[in-house]
Design a protein around this ligand. Structure first.
Ligand code: ADP
Length: 184
């Protein structure tokens, strides 16, 4: 790889995760990355064995809606190994977000494993703002399901505005039975 090739590939970061759903913490990482890198791909990992609230297509649409103001951000799904997906994107940068020391522990193991799988892929970590450090998709799914009163107001501190209504709709009792969520 020439130095120019490497620079080109290093200007494109691939941010991978489940994004079920995208949270304000995820969005903070995407915004920071969009300022640093020329191009950012949000890669939604599809694991058919893992129960999810939103389908892959729904997650793509929600992430696209939440990042619509960021012209250098694109959203897509992938299956298989993350390092293979990063390579398919023409990038060598695997981006992950950090909330806490607990995240560092698991991300450390994952990035060492990914380095064994593909030495040319560099894992890069960004920290979200402190006010988003407690936010996770699983927490949001719980709040959306259990909150009483004005759920919309309660969710606005956790998810991008575009995600509030789809989340409430998805968790309505009559929709829940049709959802692909089983381990919730
Ligand atoms: P995964 O199931 O692969 O961890 P997630 O969708 O939960 O996928 O998260 C994707 C990435 O975003 C991970 O690197 C995770 O640590 C990071 N992340 C999740 N929530 C936050 C947050 N509130 N602040 C910063 N990073 C976050």
């Amino acid at each position: 790889m020439t130095e120019t090739d490497a620079r080109f590939q290093h200007s494109h970061a691939v941010y991978v995760g489940s994004f079920d759903p995208m949270t304000l913490g995820h969005l903070d990482i995407v915004r920071r990355a969009a300022h640093i890198f020329a191009r950012v791909t949000v890669g939604i990992g599809i694991n058919p064995e893992k129960a999810s609230l939103f389908s892959p297509d729904e997650r793509v649409h929600l992430c696209q809606a939440a990042t619509a103001d960021l012209p250098n951000v694109e959203v897509t799904t992938f299956d298989g190994l993350t390092v293979d997906f990063v390579r398919q994107c023409g990038s060598r940068i695997l981006l992950r977000g950090l909330r806490s020391l607990t995240d560092i522990d698991s991300e450390f193991t994952m990035s060492l494993t990914n380095r064994v799988l593909d030495q040319e892929i560099e894992s890069v970590f960004l920290m979200s703002a402190e006010r988003y450090a407690h936010i996770s998709s699983s927490l949001i799914r719980q709040i959306a399901k259990m909150a009483k009163g004005d759920v919309r107001v309660r969710l606005q501190d956790f998810v991008p505005p575009q995600i509030i209504d789809p989340l409430i709709e998805k968790l309505k009792p009559d929709t829940m039975s049709q959802s692909n969520l089983s381990a919730f």
